[in-house]
Design a protein around this ligand. Sequence first.
Ligand code: DGL
Length: 271
Amino acid sequence: MDTRPIGVFDSGFGGLTVLQELVNSLPKEDFIYFGDTLRVPYGNKTVEEIETYSSQISKWLVQHDVKSIVVACNTVSCMALPYLQRQFSIPFFGMVSAGIESVLSFSSAPKQSNKVGIIGTKNTIASRVHEKDLRMAGFEGVLVELACPLFVPIIEEGVTDDGVWRSIVEYHMHDMKKENIDAVLLACTHYPILSEYIQGYLGNQVQLLNPNHFISDALARYLKDYNLQNATGGSVSLNVTGSTLSFNAFCHRFFEFRNDTVSVINIDSLI
Ligand code: DGL
């Protein structure tokens, strides 16, 4: 038994899709969420910036005595996970291996074709980490990769207009739709929020692969194997570097947390 909380971080709001999954599957754990909403997006930042920001956030979480950290951001997972693992002695759980598991579990089922799309930020797609890891894991199907840079800003800006969301999904995914893919991996934690629009545009014959439950399974297994489970927790602390107003509105629109008071962390205190 270990009552220390679990740290979860993302560049902004998107990691809440991961947090929601973690809270649902590990209801007795305490979670500390950190959204770097002042410096979002990470999808077009340099490796050095991503390493600096993610290491500042990890340090802050370690100071808050977390027992492990979930990097609920595919961009950081692709660009800085090995760097973070070298810097800190606590275990990190990243989104890439969850994405790989998600594609492999889809591709292992018998089917006629095996053509999988991967969508993510510019950095995630340019890193080609998913492709390398999938090939190493023996995936032999066709991969179609695509960066969708406008998805994150429309979510972070709280755009609620259906028409805007539909046309941005069409704008980005037009070429991918022509490829007749069988499935698409949502390799950005913001994207499950757009699931309905992505599914609507690509059609029901395309399976959307959301890696979130694979990361929560990996964390649950680790806590069990090392006897680090908490039986008495259940709190969620939400922390952001930007405005709490937009964060609160976002939380209330998409998520249900039991303790959703949001704190602002001064960015200067992270350095
Ligand atoms: N939510 C993040 C991801 O999973 C990054 C979005 C961004 O900051 O550009 O990649």
